[in-house]
Design a protein around this ligand. Sequence first.
Ligand code: DAT
Ligand code: MG
Length: 138
Amino acid sequence: MTLERTLILVKPDGVRRGLVGEIIRRIEAKGYQIYALKMMTADRELLTAHYAEHEGKPFFEPLVEFMMSGPIVAIVAEGNRVIEGFRKLAGATDPTVAEPGTIRGDLARDQGTKVVQNLVHGSDSPESALREIGIFFN
Ligand code: DAT
Ligand code: MG
């Protein structure tokens, strides 16, 4: 067994477009459990901690501004290999090339903005998951 938990965020574009239900539906349809869930508006301090690996990159400031632009939904999902599994459900970072069948491939596209708007975040490793869950659900 590799029972894991991962942090999933429905980003402000997902909330604005009314895709919270559709995204949760896909997580549940895959068979993962929703362990915790809350709607919130993230502030700069929280986002700087969450996206620490991207500090200094050209898209960092647009990313933080975008993530503060409206409410988000933070989810902890649980299941065997859920970290890898949700990344597969989400699809590639760039929604133009994300495979059809994935959240980003089916529901997102390039908006021509400085930061890629791709509906969801998912932790990329067990270490990231632990760290990010701690940031959003202390
Ligand atoms: P992911 O969300 O797929 O883990 P990431 O951690 O590399 O991708 O980047 C975080 C977010 O930042 C990503 O979801 C969208 C945005 N982003 C990443 N690379 C970018 C780039 N080269 N230009 C614009 N936005 C980018
Ligand atoms: Mg990432």
